[in-house]
Design a protein around this ligand. Structure first.
Ligand SMILES: NC(=O)c1ccc[n+]([C@@H]2O[C@H](COP(=O)([O-])OP(=O)(O)OC[C@H]3O[C@@H](n4cnc5c(N)ncnc54)[C@H](OP(=O)(O)O)[C@@H]3O)[C@@H](O)[C@H]2O)c1
Length: 331
């Protein structure tokens, strides 16, 4: 079987890194992996080289560099980081500008298949009531990609990263949980409502599942052409995060809903404004993060395909659950 070169834009990051690792685990020898970074001497880039990835230097705002980096690629995976300071500054290029440059470069380099970390549009979901810049721009980039002559273009859309529960810097906006007790001495996960009948959130374990889901798409890209794949590990109500945590860790904790989504602190930080407005548009739409109800079936199908190609068995071959995630990381 001919080797297929997959080039990953964002290879040193959380999502791209997960895609790289999944493709490296494929036992068939079908895939070769190239990773793009602005800084090949960073620790993350050196680790990629050491694991057998061809690391190339290119900037997402430089089309010429990207065309060279994509040359010879059968497929590209790209994730644009909305919060990188190279975009979304006053009078500078937007996330959409960068996404279009990446897609145009892939077209020029004659890439056949494109998987993008896209989103449903918050503006469309809420009929303009609660826009969300990162979601709306990722949606616009995805629509742009679909208009191009790729053999397939697929959005692999991550939900709320389970990994955010391990980020100590984020704990204060959620009442300190799971690291710091509240003023009454309790561990209290404090969060705005998600919306919908059960406040059911699409959670994604990025390291464990996201790359596998993209790997699954790349095993049969035409089958998923044009779709937005809800890349969900587990669809779970917000309140059930606490019993899952208690079962996994044996530690006590409690849950409290904030009165409004605006109560979530942002400190004026762009990434946190995205999170705050995510609660806003999800509440407004009845919990429709993806513009439609959560559906874990496509992710389960893709995980199974990738797990088979990687020789994974047991729990490793299944989508992550919050309980298992907490057991692995916080017990
Ligand atoms: N947190 C959540 O729950 C959540 C959920 C859904 C979606 N998201 C979205 O996920 C995105 C962040 O993804 P991530 O977590 O994978 O980020 P990350 O870990 O910070 O990685 C960002 C990657 O983008 C690359 N990059 C950034 N600007 C570049 C440029 N100009 N040229 C080339 N490469 C560039 C970086 O490469 P180098 O630095 O090596 O060049 C790095 O590999 C955000 O847009 C966020 O909104 C987050």
């Amino acid at each position: 079987m001919a080797t297929k070169l997959v080039t990953v834009f964002g290879a040193t990051g959380a999502q791209g890194g997960s895609v790289v690792q999944a493709l490296l685990r494929d036992k068939s020898g079908t895939f070769k992996v190239r990773g793009i970074t602005r800084n090949p001497t960073s620790e993350a880039a050196k680790a990629l080289s050491a694991s057998g990835v061809e690391v190339v230097k290119a900037d997402g705002l430089n089309k010429g560099e990207l065309v060279s980096a994509f040359k010879g690629s059968w497929a590209v995976f790209a994730n644009v980081n909305s919060d990188d300071p190279c975009i979304n500054q006053k009078d500078g290029p937007s996330e959409t500008d960068m996404g279009k440059i990446i897609i145009d470069a892939a077209v020029e380099a004659e890439v056949r298949h494109f998987v993008f970390s896209g989103m449903a549009s918050a503006s469309e979901t809420t009929k303009g009531a609660v826009p969300n810049r990162a979601f709306d721009e990722k949606h616009a980039i995805g629509q742009y990609g679909r208009s191009k002559p790729f053999a397939s273009f697929v959005d692999a859309s991550p939900g709320w990263y389970m990994e955010t529960f391990l980020w100590r810097d984020l704990a204060p906006i959620f009442g300190g949980w799971p690291f710091n007790p509240d003023e009454e001495g309790h561990m209290t996960f404090t969060c705005p409502r998600w919306g919908g009948p059960n406040d059911e959130v699409p959670f994604t374990a990025i390291a464990a599942d996201y790359g596998d889901i993209v790997h699954g798409i790349l095993l049969a890209p035409e089958k998923y052409n044009g779709r937005l794949i809800q890349s969900i590990s587990q669809s779970r109500s917000l309140e059930s995060v606490i019993p899952d945590y208690q079962t996994a860790t044996g530690k006590q904790a409690r849950f409290r809903f904030m009165k409004t989504w605006e109560e979530l602190e942002t400190y004026g930080v762009t990434g946190l404004i995205t999170v705050q407005r995510m609660f806003g548009f999800c509440q407004h739409s009845g919990g429709l993060y993806y513009g439609v109800p959560n559906d874990t079936a496509p992710a389960a199908e893709l995980k199974a395909a990738a797990a088979a190609a990687q020789g994974k068995t047991g729990d490793d071959a299944k989508l992550m659950t919050l309980e298992r995630f907490f057991k692995q990381h916080l017990a």
